[in-house]
Design a protein around this ligand. Structure first.
Ligand code: BJW
Length: 244
């Protein structure tokens, strides 16, 4: 690795959670082979068939109880605890494995930011308030859809970012990229914007760029360096280099 970084932005994707047993989206047998993206990950799909969409996210939220953070999440939590410089971990993942590994999450100050939302959060389409959520969101036969804890309307949706919607906290992400000297992308295919464009944004800003992924991603040629392998091996190794 080149000289030691003092300000790092890390982007993580589904690949970092694959070794924990969470399905990625675009691999063989991944989520988009099992479900049509237009049906379950667009506002139009939700308007057409809310029960289908709520059921899809209920299933994925329930699956979180059976999985644990892996060595890659733990290594980033170690970086979060021990790195003396500036650090922002931007995750596209809606699972909670970064925070369960010990990394600090928070809207303003936490070093983990969920740009595509969180499975364990509900967004009310009536009052627009967010609430922590750990239960099914789809309708049950007796009570219908559960009420919003704030306004009581039965109009909750998963607090996730679908195609055509604006990802969260973009100002904070671009601000961090502007002051970074290293951008690291981990376990993402580089197929979904604006996250897929961060490497080019970083290059234009003169930031060094590193990719850690099982295979070369779609935008791999944009990175100064690309290492191929499992996140559970590559990430602890790279964190060791930064902290040594
Ligand atoms: C391992 C591994 C191991 C496996 N170790 N690695 C043309 C150009 C530009 C943009 C657009 C365009 N046409 C349309 C758009 C916009 C659209 C878009 O990008 N579409 C593309 C299809 C082209 N984007 C949007 O609509 C976004 N909003 C937007 O653009 O607003 C306007 C705007 C513009 C500019 C600034 C700001 C705003 C919203 C996108 C929302 C995406 N939502 C989803 C669902 C979230 C909720 C949920 O989880 O259900 O987000 S889709 C899905 O894809 C999910 C993921 O976060 C995202 C990325 O997937 P990811 O993480 O990369 O997973 P995979 O499966 O693709 O890849 C895994 C990788 O890991 C692979 O490479 C494996 O090899 C690797 N791997 N095992 C290491 N063990």
């Amino acid at each position: 690795m080149n000289r030691k970084p003092s300000s790092i932005v890390i982007l993580t994707g589904a690949g970092i959670s694959a070794e924990s047993g969470i399905d990625t989206f675009r691999s063989a047998g991944g989520l988009w082979e099992q479900h049509r993206v237009e049906d379950v990950a667009t506002p139009e799909g939700f308007a057409r068939d809310p029960d289908l969409v709520l059921g899809f996210y209920d299933m994925r939220r329930a699956a979180l109880t059976g999985v644990e953070p892996n060595a890659a999440h733990k290594a980033l939590a170690r970086l979060d605890a021990e790195f003396a410089g500036d650090l922002l971990i931007v995750t596209q993942n809606v699972d909670d494995l970064h925070e369960r590994a010990g990394a600090q999450i928070g809207l303003e100050k936490g070093r983990v930011l969920h740009m595509h939302g969180e499975l364990k959060s509900a967004l009310c389409t009536s009052c627009e308030m967010r609430s922590p959520w750990d239960a099914p969101m789809s309708a049950n036969e007796e009570a219908g859809r559960p009420p919003c804890p704030v306004c009581q309307a039965p109009t909750l949706r998963p607090d996730v970012v679908w195609f055509g919607e604006m990802p969260y906290q973009m100002d904070r992400i671009y601000g961090a990229l502007r002051s970074a000297d290293l951008f690291v992308s981990i376990g993402t295919s580089g197929a979904v914007y604006p996250a897929a464009g961060f490497v080019r944004d970083a290059r234009e800003l003169g930031v060094r760029t590193l990719e850690l992924n099982l295979e070369r991603s779609e935008g791999s040629h944009w990175f100064h360096e690309s290492r191929q392998g499992k996140a559970g091996e590559l990430v602890p190794e790279w964190v060791g280099e930064v902290l040594e």
